[in-house]
Design a protein around this ligand. Structure first.
Ligand SMILES: Cc1cc2nc3c(=O)[nH]c(=O)nc-3n(C[C@H](O)[C@H](O)[C@H](O)COP(=O)(O)OP(=O)(O)OC[C@H]3O[C@@H](n4cnc5c(N)ncnc54)[C@H](O)[C@@H]3O)c2cc1C
Length: 435
């Protein structure tokens, strides 16, 4: 019997260590005005490096990677549980060596890169000596990659790239960008584009501006222009025309990790709203004495537990089948559900805190925007819902029911009477019978 909702004691001990390490040492870094990805800041490195070493000493560094790359080869369930803790602190992904978009970029270089690409880019990326960016979205088209127009043309033994990319996260600190560009405009829709590794200092790479989200003035979502950017032919990553297939490798596990980080954030919000509810007094008691507040807390708990179980079940299925395509429906489903659960819980947390909740002295409004970002970044919710529906409907592909299908109550009654011809007693009307 394999349904088990417990963590084994050995791994639970590691999670317990993580919980106190993140709360006591990592979370405070988020209040110092230093950016976790700014590897050029000596103070950041002074603070972060010893903590990264502690994580390595615990054997918890870069756990999404296989042992051949210095990770533990943990499956998605273990990674999920770790990410629930990591989600609660801004610096935790960097300290544990599992920060996006570097994780996804490392994953595809490990999978598709040549030995030279791995030596030059993967090794320092895995050690967080450098950070990277993924340059796919364009100003005129994000959700539909078939709209992308950035072009890469062969030019002797080089590729020449021209185009504009939008929201290449962390471009301003990146050592290199992975750029998706059209190499074969006449090929079938999903074979038109290829991926390239482009060092940030290549002539012609220009960061037009760094866009902020969460109300930031100076953000880290880079708007990048590529003008006659020449990279050697060996900077092609994977096969020519293979960009779509490569990007699917990149996103599968990452979506589960984001979902579990969202669980961690929601757990914090529920904790904060519960503390406020029992300590704030009004009229004849505390907020927690009022049924409306109790409903908010109950709904948050119920939604969070449902979501967490769904995410862990998806992680378990990935581990079991070792095939992202087979779990595509549920990966898309948790991606679509994540912003809703996060936004609902963040809204309730804000509301229960009243004026303090909407103020800039609390982090909750940031949570609401983070929830909205979850519904856009890595593809909008609608696109993922379409995937869920299409995958779900596949099993009904051959169904051609008549106008009165076999599940009409009259048909079911007729079938039942055929099977059991001599009923005892009165037969209820079809309409009274259960579906
Ligand atoms: C914080 C953040 C970080 C990001 N980081 C990166 C990164 O590192 N690299 C990168 O390349 N990109 C990145 N992105 C970009 C992200 O992938 C795109 O924003 C996303 O794919 C949506 O594209 P878009 O913004 O052009 O929206 P659009 O494609 O214009 O979509 C806008 C809205 O239109 C609707 N819509 C679109 N398509 C459909 C459809 N098929 N069915 C129904 N409704 C639809 C949805 O409501 C959607 O929200 C990031 C985005 C954010 C917010």
């Amino acid at each position: 019997m394999a349904w088990d909702f417990e963590t084994d004691p050995e791994f639970q001990a590691k999670l317990d260590w993580m919980e106190s390490f993140v709360t006591e040492k990592v979370e405070p870094l988020g209040y110092l005005g230093i950016h976790p990805y700014d590897v050029t800041n000596p103070r950041r490195n002074e603070l972060v490096r010893p903590l990264q070493q502690e994580v390595k000493d615990q054997g918890l560094w870069a756990c999404h990677l296989g042992p051949e790359l210095g990770g533990q080869g943990y499956g998605q369930v273990k990674l999920g549980l770790m990410n629930e803790i990591i989600g609660g602190a801004m610096f935790a992904p960097i300290v544990f060596g599992c920060q996006a978009p570097d994780t996804g970029n490392a994953e595809i270089i490990a999978h598709y890169g040549t030995p030279e690409q791995k030596e030059r880019y993967l090794r320092p990326l895995l050690d967080n000596e450098i950070v990277s960016a993924f340059s796919m979205t364009e100003p005129q088209g994000g959700s539909d990659p078939t709209n992308f127009v950035t072009r890469a043309e062969q030019d002797g033994n080089h590729w020449k790239i021209n185009g504009e990319k939008w929201f290449s996260t962390n471009g301003k600190w990146a050592d290199f960008l992975i750029v998706m560009a059209v190499t074969d405009p006449d090929a079938p829709r999903h074979q038109r584009m290829s991926m390239f590794i482009v060092p940030i200092d290549t002539p012609g790479v220009e960061i037009v501006r760094n866009v902020g989200v969460y109300g930031q003035q100076d953000g880290s979502e880079s708007y990048v222009r590529y003008t006659d950017v020449r990279v050697p032919a060996d900077h092609l990553l994977g096969e020519r025309g293979g960009a779509f297939a490569i990007s699917q490798t990149r996103l599968g596990g990452g979506r589960v990790h984001h979902a579990m980080r969202t669980v961690g954030n929601c757990r914090k919000l529920l904790d904060r709203m519960s503390r406020r509810a029992v300590s704030r007094t009004t009229r004849t008691g505390t907020l927690a004495d009022y049924q409306g507040v109790q409903f908010d807390i109950a709904d948050s708990y119920i939604e969070l537990e449902q979501f967490k179980l769904f995410v862990l079940k998806t992680a378990w299925a990935i581990d079991k089948y070792n095939d992202y395509r087979r779990v595509r429906k549920d990966i898309a489903a948790i991606k679509a559900l994540m912003p809703k659960v996060y936004a609902d819980i963040a809204k309730r947390c804000i509301h229960i805190h009243g004026s303090l909740g909407v103020s800039n002295e609390m982090p909750f409004v940031g949570g609401l925007i983070a929830a909205m970002v979850m519904g856009i970044a890595d593809g909008p919710t609608e696109v993922h819902k379409v995937t869920v529906a299409k995958q779900h409907l596949k099993q009904y592909r051959d169904v051609k029911d008549p106008v009165f299908p076999d599940y009409s109550l009259l048909n079911r009654k007729a079938l039942a009477m055929e099977l059991y011809p001599d009923p005892v007693g009165e037969i209820a009307d079809a309409a009274e019978m259960a579906v």
